[in-house]
Design a protein around this ligand. Structure first.
Ligand code: FES
Length: 101
């Protein structure tokens, strides 16, 4: 079990091994749009993983390809729908809101 902190709200919640980051964010009541049903196609779930990057699953080829097509992508960029918790360390994610996609 590890924890997930969401910024800018500062909410902290449990982030058990195997859980989808997108689902955890939605369960926390945060507004994050999924337009493709979590298929790494829409890019609407773009977030920055600002801490604990070793606590989440690795970038997949599909995720990498989609990130390449988005504006505002940086070294901390991930697609929330493609991330699963490894349960090994606390993770902090910055939600990008209107900046996403
Ligand atoms: S929900 Fe569409 S890319 Fe993540």
């Amino acid at each position: 079990m590890s924890t997930l902190t969401l910024m800018p709200s500062g909410k902290t919640l449990d982030f058990p091994e195997g859980q989808s980051l997108l689902q955890a964010i939605l369960d926390a009541g945060e507004a994050l749009v999924s337009q493709c049903g979590g298929q790494a196609r829409c890019g609407a779930c773009h977030v920055f993983v600002t801490a604990g990057r070793k606590g989440v699953s690795k970038l997949t080829p599909a995720e990498n390809a989609k990130l390449d097509s988005l504006v505002g992508v940086g070294s901390k960029s991930r697609l929330a729908c493609q991330i699963r918790s490894l349960g090994t360390e606390p993770v902090t994610v910055e939600l990008l809101g209107a900046l996403s996609g």
